[in-house]
Design a protein around this ligand. Structure first.
Ligand code: GCV
Length: 717
């Protein structure tokens, strides 16, 4: 929605990889630090065996995996192991050491006396096995990407001090699609970016530090990312031409950098391209010339990038063109592009962020929260089999707290993924600390209530249509896409502690059973090393989301944020605007009634969830104002009124930020100085922001109601 200037230009710290000081490297290396850890006593890590030609035959990702193993051991143990190529017969010799390969390489081989049985051991696509008897180590990928992920998992274990003794690990990612979306523009700006300028673009061109993009690909691969779109879904004038020869050569170079890391490119395209780029009189999806244009253009794209994963389109949304212009459906639009992609094995990622952004605030009959379901549910089954709908996790727009979109669990005949937002558009612009795995964990555990095993985490990754219609399998979520929080700042994410959000995204979509706490622990130790500092940082991460939620818009009411910019409070900023984001607070009550008696949004959920959300006594309290219009004297679970709870959460949120700042100050001298001072500067700004939220929100409600805080805390007139 709209665009806003970045309020923290003063905080940006751009960098070129080769010019970094050793200290800055601590910020730059994220969770892949160069830090000598304790070597597992008997593990023979100095000799690595790969099947002669095996790794090479397996492809560039396998070669990269072997190289990453070598470099990772150097990073963590300070020596480079020797890599030997051996023949199949040599396996039975059982030299002590590390064996890297794919399951096919190890088929029926006996390694250090153990028979390897790939059929029984097969971990599934992108999966791996790690086995160790305490002396030797085998890392076997289901395929070459699995090998790469297995290598990174072993290095993570080493970094965490968990790589000694017997190891028997079999892992495969829950989500087949693990996608990063950039909203970068060719002029170098980043849509909703808070970490400096684009990693890929500058001066209306592709302009990047190649070493840095390699490092970026490594970071992403180390957390399992396998797809990336590098440019904005709001497709600019020049970016529209990315599907032409003018830019395809450049895109192909970027694709080549990511390829050995198992990451494939997705291309953001404009639905109107046949008209705006191809100069046809129309972009109507049923027009034969338009159909032909997409086919010809897509054939050209695949000549340059044969393994392109597909296209992503934002259609009929916030000014982006789409099929509605031609009175066609979203399915007509998506299928048009899907058919051009089909011969190449490409996927059409079609976003469901379709809503009326020209609403009249006076009109109470429309409810933006209904839009995605209303537009897409009636089309279930009408999309081609290479269309994947990309659905924002909530019905609104990445708010601090929203219910999970009712499309999840409901769509049975259409492939789909969930969209998250790592970049902190509404969650503090990477000035405020806000640890997002906290909310993602809640999303994963949300029960869609479509029968047994229908929590979001249960629906992920099941083969599409693998169980009877209506069962969980047919409602499978094939993975996740997220708008990323990275840019040219030294530390990639502006706020060094926001690296945990990128790390956490990769980890939780790989394994949705991981808790926010486990992820915070891993990240803190990998980043700061084991010890009290890591423990403090872990604690801060875990406290940050609840604190942010408290000083933000209360109880799921959403959008009390500065319009356009989306940082800092503006209680009525969106109240009389066109975006459909109203809370309609008056002197007696606040919120939108989304029950049957109101907009009927609750009915988009299956019966039990609809009943839960529709009853203010059963509705989760942090969503109560999303679903209900309540009087200020409504009694909350703690027996205090809604109004009193609004006051209290805002006072508490501020106090919690102050306590976090003090905790951070306690780390002075025990962690990297640059990290310490840059994070300190951000905590100070966060405190100022929390103060503004606290006082503006509390004053607003005090002025509306004339009811004071029962504990007599200061509310300004
Ligand atoms: C890419 C929000 C943001 C927009 C973004 C849009 C989207 O509305 O404010 O900047 O545009 O989401 O997801 O398409």
């Amino acid at each position: 929605m709209g665009t806003g200037a970045n309020p923290h230009a003063a905080l940006t710290m751009p960098c070129v990889r080769s010019t970094l000081s050793i200290m800055s490297m601590n910020q730059y290396n994220c969770w892949l630090q160069e830090r000598i850890v304790q070597k597992p006593a008997d593990l023979a890590l100095d000799s690595v065996y790969v099947l002669k030609d095996g790794v090479k035959k397996n492809g560039p990702v396998a070669c990269r995996a072997a190289e990453e193993f070598r470099a990772g051991i150097k990073r963590l143990l300070g020596f480079s192991p020797a890599v030997y190529e051996i023949t199949a017969a040599d396996y039975s010799d059982s030299k002590y050491g590390v064996y890297l390969g794919t399951l096919a390489d190890f088929k029926n081989k006996s390694i250090y006396g153990k028979q390897f049985n790939p059929a029984a051991d097969d971990p599934g696509e992108d999966g791996f096995l790690i086995k160790s008897d305490g002396k030797n180590l085998i890392i076997a990928g289901a395929g070459e990407t699995g090998l790469l992920y297995g290598v990174f998992r072993f290095l993570m274990l080493l970094g965490l001090g968990r790589a000694s003794g017997q190891i028997e690990i079999k892992e495969e990612p829950a989500s087949p699609l693990r996608i990063i979306n950039h909203w970068d523009n060719i002029d170098g700006t980043v849509g909703r970016g808070y970490a400096g300028r684009s990693l890929f673009f500058e001066n209306n061109n592709f302009e990047y530090d190649k070493d840095r993009i390699i490092d970026y690909a490594r970071l992403l691969a180390s957390i399992g990312i396998n797809r990336i779109a590098i440019s904005n879904v709001n497709v600019g004038k020049l970016e529209k031409c990315f599907i032409t020869e003018q830019y395809l050569g450049e895109l192909a170079k970027v694709a080549a950098i990511f390829r050995p890391f198992g990451i494939k490119l997705i291309l953001s395209v404009s639905f109107a391209a046949p008209w705006s780029v191809g100069k046809l009189p129309t972009a109507d999806p049923l027009d034969p010339d338009v159909i032909k244009w997409w086919k010809v253009q897509t054939d050209l794209v695949y000549k340059f990038i044969p393994d392109l994963a597909g296209y992503i389109v934002k259609a009929d949304s916030e000014g982006e063109p789409g099929p509605f212009q031609y009175h066609r459906t979203q399915a007509d639009g998506a299928n048009l592009l899907a058919r051009a992609l089909k011969p190449h094995g490409g996927i059409m990622f079609w976003r469901c962020f379709v809503y009326n952004c020209q609403q009249d605030w006076r009109d109470q009959s429309q409810d933006r929260a209904r839009a995605a379901y209303d537009h897409f549910m009636p089309l279930d089954g009408k999309f081609d089999d290479n269309v994947i709908l990309q659905i924002k996790f909530g019905p609104y727009d990445f708010q601090v707290r929203e219910p999970v979109s009712p499309l999840f669990g409901a769509l049975k005949k259409t492939r789909h993924i969930m969209e998250l937002q790592i970049t902190q558009e509404y969650t503090g612009h990477q000035i405020d600390l806000c640890y997002l795995p906290w909310i993602w964990q809640d999303i994963m555990n949300f029960d869609t209530a479509y029968g047994p095993d229908s929590r979001i985490r249960d629906l992920i990754g099941k083969k599409f249509g693998s169980t009877a219609a209506g069962g969980a399998g047919s409602a499978s979520i094939e993975g996740f896409a997220s708008i990323v929080n990275t840019g040219r700042d030294i530390n990639w994410t502006g706020h060094t502690l926001a690296q945990a959000n990128l790390y956490g995204y990769g980890r939780i979509i790989w394994n949705p059973g991981l808790s926010a706490g486990e992820i915070a622990r891993e990240w803190s130790v990998l980043t700061f090393g084991p010890g009290p500092a890591a423990q403090t940082v872990e604690e801060l991460q875990l406290k940050s989301y609840p604190a942010y939620q408290k000083y933000n818009a209360p109880f799921g009411v959403c959008f009390m944020v500065t319009p356009g910019l989306h940082y800092g409070p503006n209680v009525e900023g969106y109240e009389f605007d066109r975006w459909g984001t109203y809370h309609r607070a008056d002197t007696q009550a606040i919120g939108i009634d989304r029950t049957q008696a109101g907009t009927g949004f609750t009915n988009q959920y299956p019966q039990s969830n609809a009943a839960m959300f529709a009853d203010p006594l059963k509705c989760p309290e942090d969503l109560i104002l999303f679903f209900h219009r309540l009087r200020y004297d409504f009694k909350m679970k703690n027996s205090e009124t809604l109004l009193q709870n609004i006051y209290s959460t805002h006072f508490e949120g501020y106090d919690e930020v102050q306590a976090m700042l003090e905790k951070w100050i306690s780390l002075e001298g025990s962690i990297d100085e640059e990290i310490y001072s840059s994070v300190l500067a951000r905590f100070k700004r966060q405190l100022a922001n929390a103060r503004e939220w606290r006082d503006q929100v509390n004053t607003y409600f005090w002025r509306r109601t004339g009811i004071p805080d029962k504990y007599g805390r200061k509310i300004y007139d």
